[in-house]
Write a protein that binds this ligand. Sequence first.
Ligand code: URA
Length: 224
Amino acid sequence: MMYMLSLGIFKVNTFGSNSMSALAELYQSICNCQKCDISLTRTKAVPGEGADNAEIMFVGEAPGWHEDQQGRPFVGAAGQFLTQLIKSIGYEREQVYITNVIKTRPPNNRDPLPNEITNCWPYLERQIEIINPQMIVTLGRFSMGLFMPGKIISQTHGTSIKKDGRLYFAMYHPAAALHQGSLRSVIQSDMLKIPALLAELKKEKEHVPTSHKAEDGFVQAKLF
Ligand code: URA
């Protein structure tokens, strides 16, 4: 599968305040990136935003017009819905981390191209490494395709897989509700599954015998 990329070895998030500078450095690289032609047409790159120690990372598809103007993810209509969804599970936007598969708006909001996804992958990989979230919520099929290759979103939304101590939870993209009203309640009820999944994961981790816990702050996180 094209997106079968390995995350290799992760350092557990012991960066503390270093994670902020690591993110700032990464944002600089993203903003300077010219690997794809779409870098020529962007107003601003959109690296991502949120807590540098977030438990939950939301990964959307690509910035749209509003995001391109502001350099911030999910600030248009789909973003307003995402913000409501985040609040519905008891979090503020600032407490989670929000980013996209690709960090530059494709012209006319077309789908991201395979080479754009491949070129942008190291940035997402580094965000995951720095933030080390307990759970990654994929928003839409492009994001899901990175972490759950070969899955079909209509069958996979609302389900999770666990890999190396991290949960990957698939959801429809919030914009889907704007185009197809019937998906709104599906998305809302999928979102409400997150707190219990996260609580279960934390409970499991508490019960892992010390000898099985990651040593020296390192965990193996080979995704595929
Ligand atoms: N859609 C996305 O996938 N990401 C954004 O940031 C905005 C809309």
